[in-house]
Design a binder for this molecule. Structure first.
Ligand code: ZN
Ligand code: ZN
Length: 267
């Protein structure tokens, strides 16, 4: 399994996930031409994608989904709430998914789970295949037990680490926006993301990409330091932590499960 972070934050989110020949875009929130450029750099053709997976309909996640889907005939997997907001020209390209069920997308299992966010039926996603397990959950106000459970036993977790409470409090956001961000249907703080990883204990993910960092209310340094400190306190220094970039492709992860499986072939 391979995952790329193309972009992450309130100016647009987009990730690519590939496993055993199945490739999907997760989120499609950057301008269309940029997503095409991102894909070109990976060598994956847009027409060969098995799906565009959207967690929710906010523009920073869904902006180019409708056009991309129509242009390349790629189906959109999302909740009914998200699909309703997209108003697809060709409804046949919509694939409604529900929290708690498992869907086969090519060679991958897709397991959507409900998250608390101020949008209709927002989801997080868990992916499992013969070569790895990855999870993505950004845009959630807190981590309820059904979500915390999905963070266990992953090779790669991409959680949101949106804000540092002190930077948010002393920053320039108007009061109502500060309340929205830190509310139960807003975004996760660095410490809340860290705690959600820490409660996994022995079953914590091997690699964590902190995503959807606010440009006003967070910094890479704040996110990394806070999360590393909490994980260290819980004896989880082994977890490798990186941060995504707002507008460019900066991270690529390859599961070592495939390599472990392949080893006997060369022995
Ligand atoms: Zn967002
Ligand atoms: Zn959102």
């Amino acid at each position: 399994m391979q995952v790329w972070s193309f972009a992450s934050g309130s100016d647009g989110n987009c990730y690519l996930l590939e496993s055993e020949g199945t490739a999907v875009l997760v989120e499609c929130g950057r301008p269309y031409t940029q997503i095409i450029d991102f894909l070109a750099a990976t060598g994956i053709e847009p027409d060969t994608l098995s799906g565009i997976l959207l967690t929710h309909a906010h523009g920073d996640h869904s902006r180019s989904a409708r056009y991309f889907s129509q242009e390349h005939g790629v189906p959109i997997y999302a909740s009914i709430g998200t699909l309703g907001a997209l108003q697809l020209q060709n409804p046949k390209l919509g694939r409604p998914v529900q929290s708690g069920k498992t869907y086969q997308v090519g060679q991958m299992d897709l397991k959507p789970f409900a998250v608390p966010h101020d949008c209709r039926e927002p989801l997080g996603f868990r992916f499992e295949s013969g070569t790895g397990r990855a999870g993505i959950a950004t845009d959630l106000g807190w981590v309820p037990p059904n979500v915390a459970k999905q963070f266990r036993d992953l090779d790669l977790l991409v959680p949101e680490a949106n804000y540092d409470p002190h930077l948010l409090e002393t920053g320039t956001y108007p009061h109502f926006l500060k309340r929205r961000v830190s509310g139960a249907y807003g975004h996760l703080s660095n410490a809340a993301a860290a705690e959600a990883i820490a409660v996994c204990g022995d079953r914590a993910p091997h690699v964590v990409w902190l995503a959807h960092l606010s440009e006003q209310n967070n910094s890479q340094k704040h996110a990394l330091q806070t999360v590393a400190r909490v994980l260290r306190r819980h004896g989880l220094s082994r977890v490798s932590i990186r941060t995504t970039h707002h507008r460019r492709s900066n991270l690529r992860w390859t599961s070592n499960v495939a390599r472990e499986r392949q080893l006997p072939l060369f022995a």
